[in-house]
Write a protein that binds this ligand. Structure first.
Ligand SMILES: [Zn+2]
Length: 259
C-alpha cells in the first residue's frame, strides 16, 4: 500500500552501509518510523528529505505496518538552524516533544503546523529562543487538550483580565485571584503570574498559529513565563525529554562563551 503524505523528520539514525531509519512526524498519521534506503549516498534523490528537520511531500510504501521511503519533494529544510547550537538544540527538543504527543488526525495537523512555525522562528531568530520554547510548550498543551482556563477565577468569578494579582494552578490550569488564592485549598503546583506574563500567555493561546511566536518579553516576566510553560507541558507529557538537557546545556555553554 502506498501513502502520499506530508511529514517532517524529527529523528534520524544511520543504518547499514548507506541507509537511515527516520522518525517522521506526519500530517495525518501521527509519528511513524520509516526506512530510507540509500539516502546517505550523495546520488540519492531523497538525500535532502531524509535529514533532520526536513519537511517534505513523501511517498511511502507500507507493508505489514512497516514504511519505506520511495519518493520525496523537499519543501523546507530549516538548514540555517544548525548555525546556532542553542537554536539547533531547541529544534531537537521541539521535535522530540511534538513527536511524543502527536497521534495524527486533525490534532496532528495542528501540531505539525505549530512545529513548523516554531522551527522557522528559531531558524530566523524572530524573537528570543526562550520565548519560542515557552510559547510552543504552552500552545501545544492547549492543542492536546489541556487549554488553561483564562476566563475567570473558578471560585469567585472575577474575570482574569480584571484581577490585580493572579496565581496559576498548574495541575488544573485555572487562574485564581488574590482573594481566592489560598494554599490551604490543597493546590500544590502554583505560580504567580505578573501582568506582563499574563498578557504573553494570553497571546500564545489566542492568536493564529503563525503569530504565536511574534512577541517580546523582558525579564523578570520572561523567566517567570518560561518556567511556567515548561512545567505546565511536562506535567502532561509524562516523559523524560532527553533533548531538554541538551538544550539547557547549550544555553549554559553559550552564556559562558559570551562572558
Ligand atoms: Zn477569586
Amino acid at each position: 500500500m502506498r501513502h502520499k503524505i506530508k511529514g517532517i523528520v524529527v529523528r534520524e539514525i544511520a543504518t547499514g552501509e548507506s541507509d537511515k531509519l527516520l522518525t517522521i512526524l506526519t500530517e495525518t498519521m501521527g509519528t511513524i518510523t520509516v526506512k530510507a534506503p540509500g539516502v546517505r549516498k550523495l546520488s540519492s534523490a531523497n538525500l535532502r528529505s531524509a535529514q533532520l528537520f526536513a519537511f517534505s511531500d513523501l511517498l511511502l510504501y507500507e507493508k505489514e505496518g512497516r514504511f519505506t521511503l520511495q519518493e520525496s519533494v523537499l519543501r523546507e529544510d530549516f538548514y540555517e538552524i544548525r548555525e546556532d547550537v542553542t537554536a539547533f538544540a531547541l529544534g531537537c527538543y521541539l521535535c522530540e516533544v511534538a513527536s511524543s504527543v502527536s497521534v495524527g488526525g486533525d490534532e496532528g495537523t495542528e501540531i505539525l503546523r505549530l512545529l513548523l512555525n516554531a522551527l522557522y522562528a528559531a531558524e530566523k531568530h524572530v524573537t528570543d529562543l526562550q520565548i519560542i520554547k515557552a510559547a510552543f510548550e504552552f500552545r501545544l498543551a492547549a492543542l492536546i487538550g489541556y487549554e488553561p482556563d483564562f476566563s475567570e477565577c473558578p471560585i469567585c468569578g472575577t474575570p482574569c483580565d480584571e484581577m490585580k494579582r493572579r496565581t496559576f494552578e498548574l495541575t488544573d490550569g485555572y487562574l485564581f485571584c488574590a482573594g481566592c488564592d489560598n494554599p490551604a485549598e490543597g493546590f500544590s503546583r502554583r505560580a504567580s503570574v505578573s501582568d506582563a506574563a499574563y498578557a504573553a500567555l494570553k497571546h500564545i493561546l489566542t492568536v493564529p498559529v503563525n503569530k504565536v511566536f511574534l512577541f517580546r518579553l523582558d525579564e523578570p516576566a520572561l523567566s517567570e513565563m518560561a518556567k511556567l510553560c515548561e512545567e505546565y507541558l511536562l506535567l502532561r507529557v509524562e516523559k523524560q525529554m532527553k533533548t531538554l538537557d541538551f538544550y539547557k546545556k547549550s544555553l549554559v555553554t553559550t552564556e559562558r562563551d559570551h562572558t
